[in-house]
Design a protein around this ligand. Structure first.
Ligand SMILES: Cc1cc2nc3c(=O)[nH]c(=O)nc-3n(C[C@H](O)[C@H](O)[C@H](O)COP(=O)(O)OP(=O)(O)OC[C@H]3O[C@@H](n4cnc5c(N)ncnc54)[C@H](O)[C@@H]3O)c2cc1C
Length: 423
């Protein structure tokens, strides 16, 4: 405990107790480091709380893939449930938009899919191990994830299946009858389905993140609730390095600092001279009272309705598409308002259990996270930018950082995630 004057001294200070930071904390404790994970909120209260809880084996193609070009005209009128954009934000962030689009070409897509496949694979292994160790095995459901088309999506489904198969990722092609057998309580609106059978999901991502934080405490780690104000190098040069983390109620001295602040990560790095091209793809969810006798068995992604619905602990969670605007701009429920009636046309549910939730998917122009050392500072490690799949990839992202701090090689090829590609 800090007295506010003498900083607590640790080996590793992890900034952020989302799924990424909590995972870094666990993996660093497992390697014997003294670790504090700092967050202004309870662990797993922000992006890692409000997501769809899908532990996706097959999300190896990011949003900026070649098919984005075909979809672009449908986004221009700014009325799509899939993607909304704030013209002012686009003007201010033309560089990010141009770089994001430049990655949506075949030659830059396959290498990213290979990199993400390695990260996802490593992370799913950790989730399946940790959720048991954390005493929350009842929260994981090995029922897969159903992507479904209302019109004749057979060509799209087959193309996706063939692509996934190249990576050894299993999926099953379904027709109206087999979809009904799998999801007996939904109306027969879907003509074609693709079941990602190796994908799992959880019934409360926030509760899983909290269980992991509890596991971290059980390993001897400290969780500190405090606002992080700044980080400052205290090293004397030539191999000697150290950091001071200034908090709203004190300070921490650490040999290593891990930045795992999700959509807030770029802010803390700016005073150190790093201009990280991190944008956010905002998204919303709302939860509704289910009819327990007629509920969903698994998450369903409505490919043409552009939404996702999944059974959660507190109700059916409907999540929306992407909104490109400032991280902190006021909420707009236009996309949710479009998709909730569509979801009601698939499965029966009652009134909303709470107000809509808003979150921000942290995304770099190539849709790959940064996992590794800050290029110009010793002992500064970056772990953020996990876009749409950060709940899936959090454990391996955090573990790779802990391995690097310990001088080990991560369990997957992390070279594509090197921070040096942008800063
Ligand atoms: C609608 C939606 C649906 C999604 N669905 C899925 C899904 O199904 N599967 C999947 O894998 N991913 C999904 N994602 C993505 C996933 O949620 C994120 O990529 C992931 O949660 C990011 O985790 P994180 O730890 O990097 O960030 P966060 O969980 O946001 O953690 C960052 C932490 O930093 C803290 N913080 C920030 N600034 C400060 C400060 N100054 N001082 C102290 N603390 C600070 C915050 O309080 C926060 O707890 C979805 C995202 C959205 C928005």
């Amino acid at each position: 405990m800090s007295d506010g004057l003498t900083p607590t001294q640790v080996d590793v200070a992890v900034l952020g107790a989302g799924i990424v930071g909590t995972s870094a904390g666990i993996a660093a404790r497992e390697r014997g480091f003294s670790v504090v994970v700092i967050d202004r909120k309870e662990p797993g209260s922000e992006t890692s709380y409000g997501n769809a809880g899908i532990l996706s084996s097959g999300s190896i193609l990011p949003l900026n893939k070649p098919s984005l070009w075909r979809a672009l005209p449908s986004y221009l009128a700014n009325t799509s449930a899939a993607l909304r954009w704030d013209p002012l934000w686009v003007m201010k962030n033309l560089d990010w938009v141009a770089r994001f689009l430049a990655n949506a070409v075949p030659s830059r897509t396959r290498p990213r899919a290979v990199a993400l496949h390695g990260l996802i694979d490593a992370s799913l292994k950790l989730h399946r191990e940790w959720i048991v160790k954390a005493g929350a095995p009842q929260r994981i459901r090995e029922t897969g994830w159903l992507k479904a088309w209302r019109s004749d999506g057979i060509a799209s489904a087959k193309a996706e299946q063939a692509f996934l198969a190249e990576f050894g990722i299993k999926s099953e092609l379904l027709d109206r009858q087999t979809i009904s057998a799998l999801e007996p309580h939904i109306l027969p609106v879907y003509k074609v389905g693709l079941l990602h059978s190796q994908t799992a999901s959880v019934d409360s991502p926030g509760a899983v993140a909290k269980a992991y934080a509890q596991m971290f405490r059980g390993l001897g780690g400290e969780v500190r609730q405090s606002d992080i104000k700044a980080i400052e190098s205290t090293g004397q040069g030539s191999g000697d390095h150290g950091w001071r983390v200034t908090l709203s109620d004190g300070a921490i001295a650490a040999r290593h600092v891990v930045v795992a602040l999700g959509p807030w990560s770029a802010d803390i790095l700016r005073p150190l001279g790093y201009r990280v091209p991190l944008a956010v793809e905002r998204g919303y969810h709302q939860e509704f009272t289910p009819n327990p006798a007629r509920s969903l068995q698994r998450p369903i992604h409505d490919a043409e309705g552009n939404f996702l619905m999944t059974p959660m602990e507190n109700g059916i969670r409907v999540t929306s598409g992407v909104e490109l605007t400032d991280r902190d701009a006021p909420s707009s429920y236009a996309q949710l308002n479009m998709v909730v009636p569509l979801a009601r046309g698939v499965v029966e549910f009652g009134s909303a259990v709470a107000e809509p939730w808003r979150g921000a998917r942290p995304t770099l122009p190539d849709s790959l996270p940064m996992i590794g050392k800050a290029p110009r500072h010793q002992g500064l490690w970056l772990a953020f930018g996990n876009q749409h799949i950060g709940f899936t990839t959090g454990p391996a992202t955090g573990s790779a950082i802990a391995a690097m701090i310990a001088g080990e090689t991560p369990s997957f090829d992390a070279s594509a995630f090197s921070p040096g590609r942008y800063i």
